[in-house]
Write a protein that binds this ligand. Sequence first.
Ligand code: KG4
Ligand code: ZN
Length: 347
Amino acid sequence: MRVLGIESSCDETGAAVVDENGVVLSDVVQSQVDLHAQYGGVIPELASRDHLKNFGPVVRDALARANVTYPDLDGIAVTHRPGLVGALLVGVQAAKGLAWARGLPLVGVDHLVGHLLAVFLRRNPDAEPPPSFPFVALLASGGHTAIYRVDGPRAADMRELGATRDDAAGEAYDKVAKLLGLGYPGGPIVDRLATEGDASAVKLALPMGHDKTFDFSFSGIKTKIAQLVREENRPKTEDVCASFQHAVTTVLSKKLIDAARKEGVKTVVLGGGVAANRELRARTKALAEEHGLRAIVPDFASCTDNAAMIAYAGLVRLRAGERDGWDLVASSATSLPRTTRKGRGPR
Ligand code: KG4
Ligand code: ZN
């Protein structure tokens, strides 16, 4: 099977072709970072307009790089939730048009399910073998931060064990970078500067580090940093980055491992843009090893937004015989049940 995946939920226009083994035949990502950087964050209407402009060339490029044409495909998968609705509408409507014109089945994919399955993508022949179910996954991105127990590849097999009560981890990175005047998106910049700083030079409490739930909170640490940067003897930027990164990655990795141990699950997985963070990757691997668990960390390109993970999650649905109709809608909310405090029960 070969599936074309389409992603337009935020500020990346993506198209990719993936086969049933998760082998990535092509993965094209057209980032809008330069467009939004001048505003310090994503401007929804500009994102929609840019998806509209980039969609055609990105899809053509993905097919050409995979060396396939439409008759070689078994279906089209498109992100239809969660995300910026105007941005999602562009991808969903364009995917419907393609599926209709080419007589291909269409499936909508929840972007978060895509992130949770990104670990199955194979970008090179000697990639680490994918996990078997069940596993416990930390999904940390710009819009979401939660821990899931994943018993299978379908949305119905995924259960939220804990989630952020305020900001997402990536959002906290972006806001801290903005406070420090470092540009957008902040994650990769703070990650790099942290390696040049001394984490012990600035004291920051571990956010919800001693709490027994698998919930997170990142707004307090952000406020603390906002105070620090206003002080007369403002600490060195590199030291603030190192201390912030130390606190955030310590809590994320610790709660992930604690959740797996509580669930009696032997494998942990990372997903989402923040999973590209070097310290989080290293810490999670070390802590997992210490507790006799296996940690699987996707390639960098599989962590940040991409259409290959959407193609793979769509392939799982198509293989199970599922199809969506021409009435497929876009939604700002995830389909995954949110059972923790922020979610206030299943909905
Ligand atoms: O998954 P993603 O590409 O988009 C969303 O679905 O939100 O995640 C983007 C987020 C941004 O907040 C960005 O700052 C963060 O991931 N990010 C990182 C790193 N690379 C990207 N955060 C920390 N360290 C990184 N190396
Ligand atoms: Zn994402």
